[in-house]
Design a protein. Structure first.
Length: 183
């Protein structure tokens, strides 16, 4: 049984989910980002107790089919953005359709309705967030390649459109270089 969990986005959340499942007697599990694969039968009472425990930890079991679809879309997006070794050099809409075996237009409509933003804009925002996290430490050309931009100029243009400043300006404002120690 695969359970999708809302607001399960950090290591602490995974630890809490594992603990709460063990508390209700479920030990054969695989915990991932936003999901848990339960490898043993789970009774209705165990499931109900687990749901209550999740709510007290400000998480929630996702049961609505459209919410499940949105969670799956988010997981594919996060995997794409956080896996530079996969080399995503393709049309994301085709990839998403193939990965989830669904019509892209339907998925895009459900996603937009739920998140209030298109899939494309969501991806761009998260790519730019990734650049902002790594800009002080990584080469922009390498980042543009890892995040599937056609060029550094393309990344810079999108960065400026989203943030209002260029990557160089952002780096200058946010990346303070520590003074060198003299011996």
């Amino acid at each position: 049984m695969n359970l999708l969990i809302k607001n399960m986005s950090c290591l602490s959340c995974r630890i809490v989910v594992k603990y709460e499942l063990e508390k209700v007697g479920i030990t054969k599990i695989v915990v991932g980002f936003g999901q848990v694969e339960v490898l043993e039968p789970m009774s209705a009472l165990q499931l109900e107790n687990f749901k209550l425990a999740l709510l007290s930890a400000e998480m929630e079991l996702i049961e609505d089919p459209k919410s499940i679809l949105v969670k799956k879309i988010l997981m594919v997006i996060f995997d794409m953005i956080n896996s530079p070794d996969k080399g995503f050099k393709f049309n994301f809409s085709h990839y998403l359709s193939a990965k989830l075996n669904m019509d892209y237009t339907y998925m895009a409509n459900v996603f937009s309705e739920s998140q209030g933003i298109t899939i494309e804009k969501f991806i761009i925002q998260h790519k730019i967030d990734k650049v902002k996290q790594r800009i002080c430490f990584d080469d922009l050309t390498q980042l543009s390649f890892e995040l599937n931009y056609s060029s550094l100029a393309h990344l810079s243009a999108q960065f400026k459109k989203v943030t209002g400043i260029t990557p160089s300006q952002y780096k200058q404002l946010n990346c303070k270089v520590a003074p060198a120690l003299t011996v």
